[in-house]
Design a protein around this ligand. Structure first.
Ligand code: NAP
Ligand code: MG
Length: 402
């Protein structure tokens, strides 16, 4: 047995819930610990522990991610009323991802994992389209009201002493209607832009960003200006050196270009566009089990995770002692992303190389026909008959190629 790869700085390990918590343990046991002398600072974000610590553990894990720079997170339950009942919770705790995002002030990048045999619904898409969603403001922090015929609605801005700075009539309602107030912050748009430029550079991908500045001459125009200013000032030269480019155009033009493209672009989206388009892109590439996700903060902290949830239905089968065929690929990618980044930051090329080998072993396994049930109906490759493997058997099949 050759010596295991040594690590310097620990990874921040954020454990999670349900079926993904089971996969988490198996991935470490079968695919990582035999090869890497794994060093982690462990935080249990499983719902019982969040409840026991009044959710302090989530905040602590996010501050640890800020301290060490790289975290790997398992999917977690965001409690709703039914979960409060099921887990006898003290309170309906907030989404852990929301808490972590707030502390790291990051942007989420979602990228499909591409294998031969699983063709996207858009046949022209050959390379991944990575989607970055701005996660602050717009309709997600809006105020709304209904108005009756005869009412008037104004947009009023006051200074810090409450003195009116500007007042515009939105509408004198000649019939019943509705009105909405949205906002955003320069600082938040700036962090979003910086995260996108950094991700594009690091992954050598062109960056596309679209908004509706022709119609929204102050609001959307501000997004356009901030992206352009930061690009010209801090990134233009670096992009040119790296052989990539930044393009701003109208959102509808971007959508048309995306459909015609071969992929291989980073697509930055305003909050609502990102909400909608990420579901479209994820679906078009096949399965939620094949979508990886990373939160990147403007200071350069990274949190890697799968884009899917805790796969509850499979967990209940598992609890009954039944076998499941749950796709672990996106969760493996969370680990390989984190290990590769740690290797890069700490100057341990063997660690980065190991992560790439593990990814290759996963891809080879699927391409040669061994996969979990969710991929079977999507898989078409000449001369290969797909075989469905149970969750653990799939990990063993990957290990046999590693
Ligand atoms: P989900 O866990 O992503 O699962 C939805 C369905 O998609 C599953 O029932 C399964 O379909 C399929 N699926 C998703 N991931 C799969 C995988 N790896 N392998 C095979 N099939 C997979 O979403 P959900 O059921 O809406 O949410 C469950 C829990 O996860 C919720 O408590 C939610 O709060 C949480 N959640 C967490 C995150 C996160 O931590 N980032 C994100 C989303 C949701 P079939 O049942 O048809 O096989
Ligand atoms: Mg959505």
């Amino acid at each position: 047995m050759p010596e295991k790869i040594r690590m310097k700085t620990p990874l921040v390990e954020m454990d999670g819930d349900e079926m993904t918590r089971i996969l988490w343990k198996w991935i470490k046991e079968i695919l990582i610990e035999p090869y890497v002398d794994l060093k982690t600072e462990y935080y249990d974000l499983g719902l019982p522990e969040r409840d026991r610590t009044d959710d302090k553990v989530t905040e602590e894990s996010a501050y640890a991610a800020k301290k060490y720079g790289v975290a790997v997170k398992c999917a977690t339950i965001t409690p709703n009323a039914q979960r409060v009942e099921e887990y006898k919770l003290k309170k309906m705790w907030k989404s852990p991802n929301g808490t972590i995002r707030r502390i790291l002030d990051g942007t989420v990048f979602r990228a499909p994992i591409i294998v031969k045999g699983i063709t996207p619904y858009v046949p022209g898409w050959k390379a991944p389209i990575v989607l970055a969603r701005h996660a602050y403001g717009d309709i997600y922090n809006s105020v709304e009201a209904r108005a009756a015929a005869g009412d008037s609605a104004y947009l009023v801005v006051c200074d810090k002493d409450g003195k009116e700075v500007s007042r515009q009539l939105i509408k004198k309602f000649d019939g019943d209607g509705i009105v909405q107030g949205v906002h955003n912050l320069d600082k938040s748009i700036e962090s979003f832009a910086v995260s996108c430029f950094n991700y594009a550079l690091e992954n050598k991908m062109p960056l596309w960003f679209g908004a509706k500045d022709t119609i929204s001459k102050t609001y959307d125009h501000r997004f356009k200006d901030i992206f352009n200013e930061i690009y010209e000032r801090d990134y233009k030269e670096k992009f040119e050196k790296a052989g990539i480019y930044f393009m701003y155009t109208l959102i509808d033009d971007i959508v048309a270009r995306i459909m015609r493209s071969e992929g291989g672009v980073l697509w930055a989206c305003k909050n609502y566009d990102g909400d909608v388009m990420s579901d479209m892109v994820a679906t078009a590439y096949g399965s939620l089990g094949m979508m990886s996700s990373v939160l990147v903060s403007p200071e350069g902290n990274y949190e890697f995770e799968a884009a899917h949830g805790t796969v509850t239905r499979h967990y209940y089968k598992y609890l009954k002692g039944e076998e499941t065929s749950t796709n672990s690929v996106a969760t493996i990618w969370a680990w390989t992303g984190a290990l590769a980044k740690r290797g890069e930051l700490d100057g341990i090329p063997e660690l980065t190389a190991f992560a790439k080998k593990l990814e290759k072993a996963v891809i080879d396994t699927i391409e040669s026909g061994e996969m979990t049930g969710d991929l079977i109906p999507l898989f078409r490759r000449e001369g290969v008959t797909p075989v469905k493997l149970e969750s653990r058997a799939f990990l063993k099949a990957v290990a046999s190629r590693l």
